[in-house]
Ligand binder design. Structure first.
Ligand SMILES: Cc1cc2nc3c(=O)[nH]c(=O)nc-3n(C[C@H](O)[C@H](O)[C@H](O)COP(=O)(O)OP(=O)(O)OC[C@H]3O[C@@H](n4cnc5c(N)ncnc54)[C@H](O)[C@@H]3O)c2cc1C
Length: 454
């Protein structure tokens, strides 16, 4: 009788979307998995970043709906936000999601170790458990320790007046006037949240429009909304310093401008959590703290993988999760699967929401590539008119010769949901006339996507 190989001993450090997905898949495929997490399963994504910010955005959507409901015949609005109740709700949501994740992994027999993991060498790691160091030998390992908000050297974050996104959920009351520094995805989502809480908001935009890496048209739609809501936009304003006297802040801009506020929020990117992990001891190369990986997510040490934000690839939960699943197949000797990074659906949870997938018009222009663009404004969509939210458009990018859908952008209510149709169309290489001929429910927002297939 043939003897079976022993299961691969697979150690995972960091239990966010990348680590938990890798653990679950590898275990299902026969690996012996140990998952080390020093905080909460689900990771920063569930505890402080992705999920709580979307729970805040849910409040913003309702608040905006209430504010703009007079046209629908609803009177007597005047709603306010109880931050304490909102924080309790967020806490319940995060514990529920994290609890489910823990139950699932435990039901698979995964050894979950609470503590801080670090490598002792290329096949050995250690974790402190209740004051005792536990040594863990492994055949394969994954570094999925995530990232944290970047804090520039001139900023002294105190969590009270000068904040990062991780402090937003613990504020005792809505700030009177927040100066948001950074107008990328996180910055603009935070503007939307604070304004809905009733705070006055000033946004420092370092270039000439918000979302500097996106279509100017997309940025213009968002800026129009912000201006209508009374947000001050300071263009060409790069922060270089902050004074915080405990009662308020003054943000200094490179050109000499000063912006006063009760609070300031930094939204200027993320840095990978790769310090103190013993990466050098294991021989794992990093560049500016980021772990370089190949397409199988292998580091410079081939049996040690890295996934999620530590790799500095697309900093998205969805990507981290899929990377985790894919590498688990590789670890357990199953046929490899790869992410098509050119076709990842993304969204910005503002109002209007902004979502995109595949090739966007601006990318095509930058590449000098000829594309066919069809664009339908939501003013032409009966459901948008009925709902009283007509801002935005659906834009489909296709190949002028083959008419195959290459991607698109949606700006508008529920764009983050609608983009799924275009994501599928792009992945399946559907032709625009198929979009056109797909009969959507009438009246719905989806009809604008088939209309953009014209
Ligand atoms: C404000 C905000 C909003 C976001 N919104 C979205 C969104 O809407 N959609 C989306 O797709 N993405 C969103 N993201 C991005 C998303 O949160 C990240 O891409 C995702 O969290 C990355 O997952 P990860 O598995 O790499 O790490 P993380 O989720 O950061 O988890 C890493 C885990 O590792 C643990 N850890 C670290 N070091 C050690 C150690 N030495 N030992 C043991 N454990 C350790 C940490 O405690 C943590 O739990 C958002 C990010 C921010 C900041």
């Amino acid at each position: 009788m043939m003897r079976e190989d022993p299961p691969v001993r697979f150690l995972i450090i960091g239990g966010g979307p990348a680590g938990t997905a890798a653990a679950s898949t590898a275990s299902a495929l026969g690996a012996d998995v140990i998952l080390v997490e020093d905080s909460v399963l689900g990771g920063a994504a569930h505890l402080r970043d992705c999920i709580p910010s979307k729970a805040m955005a849910a409040m913003s959507i309702r608040m905006n709906a209430i504010r703009n409901s007079e046209d629908l015949g609803i009177v007597g609005g005047g709603a306010g936000v109880d931050l304490g109740r909102l924080a309790d709700r967020i806490q319940k949501i995060t514990s529920m999601i994290s609890g489910r994740s823990t139950e699932l992994l435990q039901s698979q027999g995964i050894d979950i170790v609470k503590g801080r993991g670090r490598f002792l060498g290329p096949n050995k790691a250690a974790v402190m458990v209740d004051g005792t160091e536990r040594t863990i030998p492994f055949d394969a390992a994954l570094v999925s320790t995530g990232s944290r908000p970047r804090v520039p050297p001139w900023a002294r974050v105190d969590g009270e007046r000068l904040l990062t996104t991780r402090h937003v959920y613990d504020l005792p009351a809505p700030p009177e006037h927040v100066v948001v520094i950074g107008s990328g995805v996180t910055g603009v989502e935070m503007v939307h949240i604070f304004e809905s809480l009733g705070s006055r908001v000033s946004l420092l935009v370092s270039r000439h429009h918000v979302l500097p890496h996106r279509d100017a048209e997309v940025a213009a739609a968002l800026e129009a909304d912000f201006l209508e809501r009374g947000v001050s936009l300071l263009k060409g304003a790069r922060a270089v310093g902050i004074d915080n006297d405990g009662y308020g802040v003054v943000v200094h801009v490179g050109d000499g401008r000063r912006v006063e506020g009760s609070h300031a929020l930094l939204a200027v990117g993320a840095v990978p959590n790769t310090e103190g992990l013993g990466l050098e001891e294991a021989g794992i190369d990093t560049r500016h703290g980021v772990i370089a990986v190949d397409r199988h997510q292998r580091t410079s040490v081939p049996h040690v993988y890295a996934a999620g934000d530590v790799t500095g690839q697309m900093l998205l939960s969805s990507v981290a999760n899929q990377q985790g699943r894919n590498l688990a197949r590789h670890v357990t000797g199953h046929p490899a699967k790869f992410i098509d990074y050119s076709n990842v659906a993304q969204a910005i949870f503002t109002e209007p929401e902004i979502a995109s997938v595949g090739l966007e018009e601006a990318d095509a222009a930058a590449e000098g590539r000829k594309v066919r663009i069809t664009k339908v404004p939501f003013t032409a969509n009966p459901r948008s008119v009925i709902h009283g939210s007509t801002r935005g458009f659906a834009k489909v990018v296709s190949d002028p010769a083959t008419r195959v859908v290459l991607g698109g952008t949606i700006v508008g209510h529920r764009a983050s949901e609608l983009i799924g149709i275009l994501a599928l169309a792009t992945r399946a290489k559907v032709k625009v006339q198929t979009l056109r001929e797909t009969l959507m429910v009438h009246p719905t927002l989806s009809e604008s996507i088939s209309d953009a297939g014209d």
